[in-house]
Design a protein around this ligand. Structure first.
Ligand SMILES: NC(=O)c1ccc[n+]([C@@H]2O[C@H](COP(=O)([O-])OP(=O)(O)OC[C@H]3O[C@@H](n4cnc5c(N)ncnc54)[C@H](OP(=O)(O)O)[C@@H]3O)[C@@H](O)[C@H]2O)c1
Length: 288
């Protein structure tokens, strides 16, 4: 078994490499400059040089607001055509392909956690591009596997939690959106799930257990931060609605994912989002 981590410098890519290293699984990584997933000759050459058995695609244009306008075309290319290119390569070479999807393929009108077979209906450009990516991927290579996940954070790169902590450290009043509920997910847990289904096919959902709004997430981080030595400027977290925020892309009001289907493949119980967040907080508190 040998993994190719496509885009090893992103949030998930870095975590995936750390995981494979800990597990003593042979792997090779590539960043965007070494291998652009839109360059078919380039991906073929890299494959032939390293001969991986498993390709995990961590490449994406994942900044949701930028996908609305500024990065719209690039997002479509990287999030839709890129997975198609990798799927063609994996099919021809007989390699396994593990792809990462998003909860933003759903419109958020559901009142219970989304299952894999639920109808999709994205409400922003990022969601459209990612949905197109899954369609093209499975059309090209039905044996591929995709894990849809949500609201990621991890040690790999500045992300959701890093920005919230920055705000708590620098602003007296921090706003939290109440009408956006999901399951915040630690990349440490996601990469274990990606590895667990490496030889499966089809779509799976994986997220940490439970659900919360962005407001709830910020409040929980505020609580953790107050209980630690971190110096904070924030006095209060105030609730706001999506339309009051400065973001350009709408998010589904509810995009909690049900991890029921993937659970039997995992080595351990899925952690609650609070447990996974506390673990992450402990790791970053040293840095803050
Ligand atoms: N972050 C979340 O909350 C979240 C939630 C649900 C699903 N996901 C999915 O999880 C996956 C990983 O996302 P992430 O959060 O780890 O994103 P990320 O941190 O932005 O990493 C994506 C990586 O892809 C690279 N990339 C961009 N264009 C490329 C190209 N043409 N060829 C090769 N590499 C390219 C980027 O390089 P540069 O930085 O140099 O451009 C970056 O290193 C994505 O499929 C995303 O849709 C993310």
């Amino acid at each position: 078994m040998k993994f190719w981590v496509v885009s090893d410098e992103g949030l998930v890519g870095r975590e995936m490499c750390d995981f494979l290293q800990r597990e003593a699984v042979s792997f090779v990584g590539s960043n965007r400059h070494e291998v652009d997933i839109l360059d078919e000759k380039g991906i073929l050459a890299f494959f032939d040089k390293h001969k991986p058995t498993h390709i995990v695609n961590c490449a994406a244009v994942a900044i949701v607001d930028n996908c609305e306008a500024k990065d719209r075309e690039r997002a479509f290319a990287v999030n839709a055509i890129g997975p198609q290119n990798l799927a063609r390569l994996a099919r021809i070479k007989g390699a396994r392909l593990i792809h990462i999807g998003t909860d933003y393929v759903f419109d958020g009108r559901e009142k219970r956690p989304y299952e894999e077979g639920d109808p999709v209906n994205p409400i922003n450009e990022y969601g459209f591009s990612k949905l197109e990516g899954e369609k093209l991927l499975f059309k090209e290579y039905p044996e591929a596997v995709e894990v849809r996940t949500s609201s990621l954070y991890g040690l790999g790169k500045k992300g959701l939690i890093w920005y919230i902590l920055q705000a708590l450290q620098s602003e007296e009043i921090v706003q939290g959106i109440t009408d956006q509920t999901s399951s915040p997910t630690n990349t440490k847990d996601l990469v274990e799930a990606l590895f667990a289904v490496r030889d499966q096919s089809g779509i799976f959902h994986f997220a940490n257990k439970g659900e919360t709004s962005r407001f709830g997430l910020i409040e929980e981080l505020f609580r953790l931060a107050k209980a630690s030595e971190i110096e904070l400027r924030c006095k209060k977290v105030v609730p706001i609605r999506q339309e009051e925020s400065k973001r350009s892309a709408p998010r589904p009001v509810y995009s909690v994912l049900s991890s029921k289907k993937i659970a039997p493949y995992l080595r351990k119980e899925i952690r609650t989002w609070q447990e996974a967040l506390a673990d992450h907080f402990e790791a970053i508190a040293v840095i803050c």
